[in-house]
Design a protein around this ligand. Structure first.
Ligand code: SF4
Length: 751
């Protein structure tokens, strides 16, 4: 937005200015568009500053001083994930920028933008939002610096942080500020974090180590130390804080006082301070565990964490939007196109989602490598069928280039629409991290009838030729409803369906909270049966994660043998990406398992983590066992593992003894050379061997959104059937990402 646009609207000033790291696309897949349109519908004048030049405060003054606040977000993804690969290498492109150009946002964009807003207008409140702020709301492990960072609230020096889906919070905040309330007094909105220096009157504080004891009792600092002798004090403090490896447990007997009844709504849980969690991995894992236990809006309590002399206070998560509220948000008047200032430049993320429809939010899967629950929550928020149908019609009638193909009807997971706990009361009291792990909870309603009905109604629409499902499918749920699988396979698979077993071995699967590979086999049987009945040649594309915490070299070797046995060859492989706040990231950093009670005892379960460059390469190499470039590394590893018997040329062996003749070109390279010359009617690809698809259909994994949401996605490997039509090209299957691996989409989308 520019001053000229403001003048055309007759505005002398904006009430609220939103600063974002993404290009502005007026579409409900983009968090800033939702928040902007929502505030506009509430009568506020909202200006957007998209991808400003952050080198000075000038660009932040472009729309003048906002009357109420600056809303700052890094964009649909964490800016570090947007800018760097899982191997910490700089990316050469950015899906959220016109022309896909890289470098249009800074590292840690929320911090940088906040500082510039402060420089531009010192007295204007700064409100942080978006996925970057949401997932960095307490002290968190930062993969790129390999250390625990403070809550982003403090580093950004923002006044308030809105986490999760922030519609309710932002509307209430705007109205209260507009009515003259000061930002310092607004401390009672759910889904917010702020800094305070004391616990308010009437609140009961519980030490988190009481509800989930990590097994350590802090040493008491020597009370007789000379407090004027600063070096001695410091030594004393350090010795008191240093973690101990000792198994010794001191038992303290404290006489209980009269029993007090706790009021959950006025209870705050004190998690260990930033200073403690940054030094002590066990306490870090404990803090992560407590945070995850306090994510159900039905029973979550406030959390507080000390940083130096400042307390970061987290109110409980937002109450999920009702169906009517979801419809209201999605029915706002979006233009559904990028801002006209970008002209003909294409924004790759927009291109991927322009014909897709988001039907729900949230996920109750609880996969540990994904941070959707920490952001959107695990209670599914659904749109009504009528609202979804209206959006499809709008796409058909309004979006340039629509050819009759809806590229996705989905969300964070394709098939959780209208699924929920059978009882509201049980749901409100539940503290489990997943409704589908270790098995499907008997309280979960798994009837997909509403989704099946939606598919049928959508197919009837005039002008809609095909509807694809590109969001990741939770196949362990799908097999519970064969009629749904039949519907999906018969009408909504564009040749390939991506699903995400993630691994074959129990060890890593348990750390991911994923079902066993047997469930994949059950789904595969169903998929093949219904495909045959429909007379369709269709393929499953399974995804696997390399180097996930809890994965040993042997696990990867067994996965490679499974891939070979089943005739799969992965074309693209990515390793586990430790994104902020995910449980698997806590495992990666601490080497402990926050899914269980933690302790300092040596006998406590330790989690294998894959950190060194060679081991990460090795795990990826096992996924691409068929690529001769990986054979030297695999041969060395197999010998070290005592499995030289797997080197040879029989069917049961994994890799041959010798390299191929000179002149050999790896399939991936050969293919990318081909794709560079791809001509008319031929899709560029990084896949080899999959049969070609209709060119009108969107690419699997590219359909709905540019990444972050799907259950299958980046951080995973995609595989193909090696026996299928060798030599033919096929479209590249996209990397829809865990948590927020790139490029972002549904799950990484909200403010
Ligand atoms: S009781 Fe079961 S279905 Fe209900 S919320 Fe808890 S885990 Fe989910």
């Amino acid at each position: 937005m520019s001053r000229e646009e403001m003048a055309r609207l007759g505005w002398d000033a904006c009430d609220i200015i939103i600063v974002t790291g993404d290009a502005y696309v007026d579409h409900p897949s983009f968090g800033m568009a939702i928040i902007g349109r929502l505030l506009e519908a509430q009568g506020f004048r909202v200006g957007i500053i998209a991808q400003p030049d952050w080198h000075s405060a000038d660009a932040f003054r472009a729309l003048g001083k906002p009357r109420l606040f600056f809303g700052v977000a890094a964009g649909n993804m964490d800016s570090m994930i947007n800018r760097y690969t899982a191997d910490r290498k700089k990316r050469s492109d950015d899906a959220y920028t016109p022309g896909g150009e890289a470098g249009k946002r800074p590292d840690r964009a929320s911090l940088v933008y906040s500082q510039r807003c402060r420089e531009a207008y010192r007295e204007v409140p700064i409100i942080l939002g978006g996925i970057e702020a949401s997932l960095r709301r307490i002290a968190h492990y930062d993969y790129w610096q390999d250390k625990v960072r403070r809550s982003i609230l403090l580093d950004a020096r923002a006044d308030l942080l809105l986490y999760g889906n922030a519609e309710r919070a932002v509307v209430e905040l705007a109205h209260r500020l507009a009515s003259g309330e000061s930002i310092e007094r607004i401390t009672d909105i759910r889904g917010t974090a702020f800094v305070r220096r004391d616990t308010p009157e009437g609140w009961m504080e519980i030490d988190s180590t009481r509800i989930d004891r990590p097994g350590k009792i802090d040493k008491i600092v020597n009370p007789y130390v000379n407090t004027r002798d600063l070096p001695a004090c410091e030594l004393e403090r350090q010795s008191a804080e240093a973690p101990s490896d000792s198994d010794e447990v001191q038992l303290l007997h404290i006489e209980p006082g009269p029993r007090q009844r706790l009021d959950r709504s006025h209870t705050v849980i004190r998690i260990p301070s930033y200073e403690k969690v940054s030094k002590d991995p066990v306490l870090y894992a404990h803090a992560s565990r407590v945070l995850h236990l306090e994510t159900n809006p039905g029973n979550a309590r406030a959390l507080v964490q000390l940083h130096g002399d400042q307390e970061v206070w987290l109110n409980p998560p937002p109450i999920p939007l009702s169906m009517e509220e979801m419809d209201y948000v999605f029915d706002l008047s979006y233009a559904r196109v990028p801002h006209p200032a970008y002209g003909k430049q294409e924004i790759p993320a927009y291109k991927m989602i322009r014909f897709s429809v988001n039907i729900m939010r949230g996920c109750f899967g609880g996969c540990t490598f994904c941070s959707i629950t920490e952001h959107e929550g695990r209670i599914i928020q659904n749109r009504s069928q009528e609202s979804i149908i209206r959006e499809i019609e709008e796409i058909r009638d309004k979006v340039p280039g629509f050819t009759g193909v809806i590229s996705d009807l989905g969300g964070p997971t394709a098939n959780m629409y209208r699924l929920a706990c059978k009882s509201r009361e049980i749901e409100a009291a539940c503290r489990k991290p997943s409704c589908v792990y270790p098995g499907i909870c008997h309280n979960l309603n798994t009837d997909h009838a509403a989704l099946t009905r939606l598919y049928r109604e959508a197919r009837k629409l005039k002008g809609v030729k095909k509807i694809l499902i590109a969001s990741g499918l939770r196949y362990d749920l799908a097999v519970e409803d064969p009629e749904y699988v039949r519907e999906l396979v018969t009408h909504h698979v564009g040749g390939y369906l991506k699903i995400a077993p993630e691994h074959t071995e129990r060890g890593p699967l348990d750390k991911m909270m994923k079902p066993g590979i047997g469930t994949y086999d059950a789904f595969k049987k169903m998929f093949e049966r219904f495909s045959a009945e429909a007379g369709k040649d269709q393929y499953l594309i399974p995804y696997f994660i390399a180097a996930h915490p809890g994965t040993t070299d042997e696990d990867m070797m067994n996965l490679a043998l499974w891939l070979k046995r089943n005739g799969f060859k992965a074309d693209q492989v990515q390793a586990f990406y430790p994104s902020p706040m995910a449980t698997a990231t806590a495992m990666y950093h601490s080497g402990r398992n926050p899914l269980r009670r933690l302790s300092y005892k040596k006998s406590t379960e330790k989690v294998e983590t894959v950190k060194g460059e060679r081991q990460r390469r090795l795990h990826k190499a096992f996924l691409r066992w068929h690529d001769p470039e990986n054979w030297p590394l695999l041969r060395d590893a197999l010998k070290e593992m005592g499995r030289a018997d797997l080197i040879g040329s029989t069917e049961q062996q994994l890799i041959p003894e010798r390299q191929p003749d000179e002149g050999y070109v790896a399939p991936r390279r050969k293919n990318s050379q081909k794709s560079a010359r791809a001509g008319k009617g031929r899709l560029l690809t990084q896949h080899t061997g999959l049969p070609p698809r209709e060119t009108t259909a969107p690419r699997p994994g590219k359909g709905r959104n540019p990444s972050a949401s799907g259950k299958a996605g980046s951080g995973t490997a995609q595989v193909r059937r090696s026996e299928a039509n060798k030599g033919k090209t096929a479209p590249r299957t996209g990397g829809k990402g865990r948590g927020q691996d790139r490029p972002a989409g549904r799950k990484a989308r909200r403010v």
